[in-house]
Design a protein around this ligand. Structure first.
Ligand SMILES: [Zn+2]
Length: 422
């Protein structure tokens, strides 16, 4: 009998049409977030499929989530398939939600169009092809008749695009994903088929409100403009902070290269009168802005927060009252050096693609933060089919060749981590 690796690779190739069909079926369920449409339908589709393949399936509804409602339920599905005896647990997790289609499409975003070797549709790359790769990685191992110890788990979770709190964070909070029961987690996000993503930068969202003093707009010198004071802060950010952030460079292999530096973006600004309202001659007495500071693992959150607080105080002290409010903090995560998970995926990528893997880190965050921080599972990476640059774009698509290759890589790496018995 041929080697298990060759049999698994052959089973993926034989299942090519089924894998494409499964991906298209997922794309045709428009699980758009917000608001979180069709989650129950997609969860049921996945549940039925996994049961048919011999998985034991559990459903976890995050009914305490503020976004959960009877109209838009937050339904997560976890399937597990046990091997010949107890052993390690490899968990493959994909989010089922997709961002809204937006404008600029040349094909129906929810039809699952196949053209020139690619599948098109909203969420095909981010990350329904990845979910298909996870399901069929496990299926190929089963069809190849390879016996293994331990358990393969496949989960479909919600709300990754809006923070993952009712999805992976929920599974971690209730202990379904946990250090004591989960050894390795692979998240098939679209990081390109030859790259392994070992974590992400941190996020600090904060809101600044400046308070001025209202006065007649014909005599602005009698008031204090909250907009002008906010402008002083923006100038300080541009003139002082940004050059400093550009000098900071992380050792993590964040892509694209420019994202290896710390960054700051202004998300929103709102001050004075409503632009569309009736105008009166008044000095703006209030201005609010929301900022998105992305920080490096080397910086540490406290230092980042203190640096912002010091800049704001230095700029506004004695000029106006202000309020600085923390909106969201996500600490950076990094898979430990020498993780067997990285080794297994690298070996599988060499086998399937004939070249070694490139390690990367993500400029934005994804569900690895919850796996690492809440569940305590540090051996987690993102690896999956699809090109990162196509995610959230019009005419989002995934190459079928990449989809099949990623399925093979995930299957071989999973088997390596569990330890095949032939
Ligand atoms: Zn994603």
């Amino acid at each position: 009998m041929s080697h298990p690796i060759d049999r698994i690779v052959a089973e993926v190739d034989r299942a090519a049409d089924e894998i494409v069909r499964f991906t298209r079926d997922l794309v045709r369920i428009p699980t758009v977030n917000p608001p979180g449409a069709e989650y129950a339908a997609c969860a049921s589709f996945l549940e039925t499929d996994l049961v048919r393949r011999g998985f034991a399936v559990e459903r976890f509804v995050a009914d305490r989530s503020p976004d959960h409602s009877t109209r838009y339920p937050r339904v997560n599905v976890v399937g597990s398939r046990n091997g010949a005896r107890a052993g390690r647990v490899v968990h493959l997790n994909g989010h089922i939600d997709v961002v809204p289609a937006g404008d600029g499409w040349t094909v129906d975003p929810f039809a699952g169009v196949v053209r020139d070797g690619r599948i098109y549709g909203r969420g095909v790359c981010d990350m329904k092809a990845g979910l298909a790769a996870a399901v069929f990685a496990s299926e190929a191992i089963a069809r190849a008749g390879v016996s293994y110890p331990g358990t393969i788990e496949v989960s479909g979770t919600v709300d990754e695009e809006s923070g993952g709190f009712a999805g992976v964070a929920h599974l971690a909070e209730i202990g379904r994903l946990a250090q004591i029961r989960t050894d390795f987690v692979i998240i098939p996000e679209p990081l390109n088929v030859d790259r392994i993503c070992i974590g992400h930068r941190g996020v600090y969202w904060f809101e600044l409100t400046t308070r001025g003093r209202i006065a007649h707009g014909s005599m602005p010198f009698l008031g204090v403009s909250a907009i002008d004071r906010m402008n002083d802060v923006l100038s300080a950010i541009r003139g002082e902070l940004e050059p400093e952030l550009a000098r900071r460079l992380t050792a993590m292999p964040v892509v694209p290269d420019a994202a290896r530096h710390a960054t700051i973006n202004v998300n929103a600004i709102d001050g004075g009168q409503l632009v569309d309202g009736i105008q009166t001659p008044c000095v703006a007495d209030r201005c609010r802005a929301v900022f998105d500071r992305r920080f490096l693992i080397e910086e540490g959150f406290e230092a980042v927060r203190d640096e912002i607080a010091a800049l704001v105080e230095r700029t506004l002290a004695g000029a106006c009252d202000y309020e600085l409010r923390e909106l969201m903090v996500v600490n950076p995560v990094r898979t430990p050096d020498g993780s067997p998970l990285v080794g297994a995926l690298d070996g599988a990528i060499r086998r399937v693609l004939g070249s070694s893997a490139r390690l990367v880190a993500s400029p934005g965050t994804y569900d690895q933060k919850h796996v690492a921080r809440i569940a305590g599972v540090s051996h987690c990476v993102a690896y999956g089919p699809g090109e990162l640059e196509l995610a959230h774009q019009p005419d989002e698509s995934c190459s079928i060749e990449d989809l099949l290759n990623a399925t093979k890589v995930i299957a071989l790496a999973t088997l390596d981590l569990l330890g095949a018995e032939r």
